[in-house]
Design a protein around this ligand. Structure first.
Ligand SMILES: C[S@@+](CC[C@H](N)C(=O)[O-])C[C@H]1O[C@@H](n2cnc3c(N)ncnc32)[C@H](O)[C@@H]1O
Length: 197
């Protein structure tokens, strides 16, 4: 289900509208600071990094979709030129950055699709510096009261419970795990998990 072609462009732009309430909730939980070096895994077209994180020291994004990375690069052309933004096509469980490069690592709307969630979280932890913050936003989950049979069959979406999220984050090595909930468009119980390295 990777965005590609003209339809993919429209999907990514539509997602920006549908995800607006997620972006603002995530930004509120994160309390980004001007000195932060921020990575978004599964960054889509880089909308959040542009609109809600333009004040941080540097931004980086990784996405499996070639189109997502292309659109993100278009959006962040000026910052890329100034060497304070970087976008890479890749898989969440194999991040191409050195240990401790970032102060904040996030993933939004993407974790349910990662084929290797534990390995991905371990990678997110590896590229965080000590004391760095991680945030995982899970829009659809096992406890939101919706029927996700179609999505589970269609693209193998993971149905997370809060207990499972806490357990996998702990296994990946994170501490101070905290989970809050919000609401978004067709997302009655949006789960936002945050923790510290
Ligand atoms: C629903 S979109 C969310 C995009 C963005 N985070 C946002 O909220 O606007 C999910 C994104 O995750 C990417 N993705 C899915 N599986 C991935 C994986 N295994 N590794 C990296 N990116 C992945 C998709 O290509 C897509 O761009």
């Amino acid at each position: 289900m990777l965005p590609r072609g003209f339809a993919g462009r429209l999907t990514l732009i539509g997602m920006n509208i549908g995800h607006k309430s997620i972006y603002s909730k995530v930004a509120k939980v994160l309390e980004l600071r001007p000195e932060d070096d921020l990575l978004e895994v599964g960054c889509g077209n880089g909308y959040f990094l542009k609109k809600f994180a333009s004040h941080v020291h540097s931004v980086a994004g990784l996405d499996l979709s070639e189109l997502s990375v292309k659109m993100a690069k278009e959006k962040h052309r000026d910052r890329i030129r100034a060497e304070t933004a970087e976008f890479v096509q890749g898989e969440a469980s194999q991040l191409p950055w050195e240990d401790g490069k970032f102060s904040v690592v996030i993933t939004m709307g993407s974790f349910i699709a990662f084929p290797k969630p534990l390995e991905s979280l371990k990678e997110m932890r590896r590229v965080l510096r000590p004391g760095g913050r991680v945030l995982v936003s899970i829009e659809w989950n096992a406890e939101d009261g919706l029927d996700h049979t179609r999505e589970v069959k269609g693209y193998g979406m993971w149905l997370w419970t809060e207990d499972d999220v806490r357990a996998v984050m702990k296994e990946a090595g994170f501490s101070d795990i905290s989970i809050t909930y919000g609401k978004g468009l067709k997302m009655p119980k949006l789960m936002i998990a945050s923790a510290v390295k």
